[in-house]
Design a binder for this molecule. Structure first.
Ligand code: SF4
Ligand code: MG
Length: 329
């Protein structure tokens, strides 16, 4: 099947500073891909670039973004707006910032149906109630007249999802969709998203939470300092990580694997992208690092079919991760 979305060697820059440094990924209809990394890794910027929604100071310096085979950079602003409205949509971590506080939630959803579908006011309102009900907002017929501040965080996130899915997009980009939510609400939102996946919705989930990724995505791209450092199916990568950073993320994640392994945060901090370390950007934090890593930048290489790692010692990491895991099991 040809790809719905294909991103190749994407570079996003703020002035001279490259915040995304050559990232590639693709996904097909109904497929879910996760982009994982700490804040500042470039995962959000990569997806904003896809939507043509980069912040004003940022630009796509090079690379290619194709939607259903068509070059997105060649599209007019009008075509882009239609694409964003109809075919792909996005939900953000902070739903309050995306909702207008002075308009009722129902009005904001109904407006979409009026503007995009040309529905009459009463019909649009009926559809808004339907959309709210579908995402599990109780008593939607009444709450359609409530304002954003009258909703809890979890309910506001549902409203955002209702809006994002209202026009039946083919792709949903979800940036930390459950980060602000408690565990119960998080589970409900993930169920809701999985239900839409089964109906054919493609998704890009951006998250720092490997547990969320495990429950939603089939494949994963791990980003560090603006680059993809590992990719593969979630099943393969979680069982046998091939980059020390991924190994570290898994060890730091309480929810990613049910093993008895001790939870251990990764030493140090992500680098300042304006002053990246030489060689491998991860070397100051890497327990596997040796002299070569300080000078020679590793390329992302496919070491097995469908598995890539940007580590000089991927095979060694792979063996070590597996050994540790067996010891803990
Ligand atoms: Fe660590 Fe070296 Fe691999 Fe970078 S290339 S992740 S520093 S072992
Ligand atoms: Mg972000």
């Amino acid at each position: 099947m040809s790809a719905l979305l294909e991103v190749t060697d994407l570079v996003v820059a703020f002035g001279d500073v490259r915040a995304v440094r050559g990232v590639s990924f693709s996904l097909s209809e109904g497929e879910t891909l996760a982009i994982v990394g700490e804040s500042g890794s470039g995962k959000s910027l990569s997806s904003l670039a896809v939507l043509g929604l980069l912040p004003a100071q940022a630009r796509v310096e090079s690379g290619e973004i194709r939607w259903a085979g068509e070059d997105v950079s060649a599209m007019s602003e009008r075509e882009l707006r239609a694409l964003r409205g109809e075919q792909l949509s996005m939900i953000f971590q902070d739903p309050l910032s995306a909702l207008n506080p002075s308009l009722t939630v129902g009005y904001q959803i109904a407006e979409m149906f009026r503007r995009r579908r040309g529905l009459r006011r009463d019909e649009a309102r009926r559809r808004a109630v339907e959309a709210m009900t579908e995402v599990g907002i109780p008593d939607a017929a009444r709450r359609v007249g409530a304002y954003p501040h009258e909703f809890s965080g979890g309910m506001r996130q549902r409203v955002m999802i209702a809006m994002a899915l209202a026009l039946e997009p083919r792709l949903l980009i979800a940036d930390e969709p459950t980060t602000a939510l408690d565990v119960t609400v998080q589970a409900q939102i993930l169920r809701l998203l999985r239900h839409r996946q089964r109906e054919g919705l493609a998704m890009v989930i951006i998250s720092h939470d490997l547990g969320v990724v495990a429950r939603t995505a089939r494949s994963v791209v791990v980003m560090y300092a603006g680059q993809a450092v590992e990719s593969g199916t979630v099943a393969d990568v979680y069982i046998a990580p091939a980059h020390p950073y991924t190994l570290g993320l898994l060890d730091a994640s309480p929810s990613a694997r049910d093993s008895n392994r001790e939870i251990r945060p990764i030493d140090g901090y992500p680098p300042d992208i304006t002053a990246l370390p030489t060689g491998c950007a991860f070397h100051p934090r890497c327990p596997f690092a040796r002299e070569r890593c300080r000078t020679e930048e590793p390329d992302l290489r496919e070491f097995a079919p469908g598995r890539s790692s940007a580590c000089h010692y991927a095979e060694e990491v792979l063996a070590r991760g597996a050994a540790v895991d067996h010891a803990g099991a």
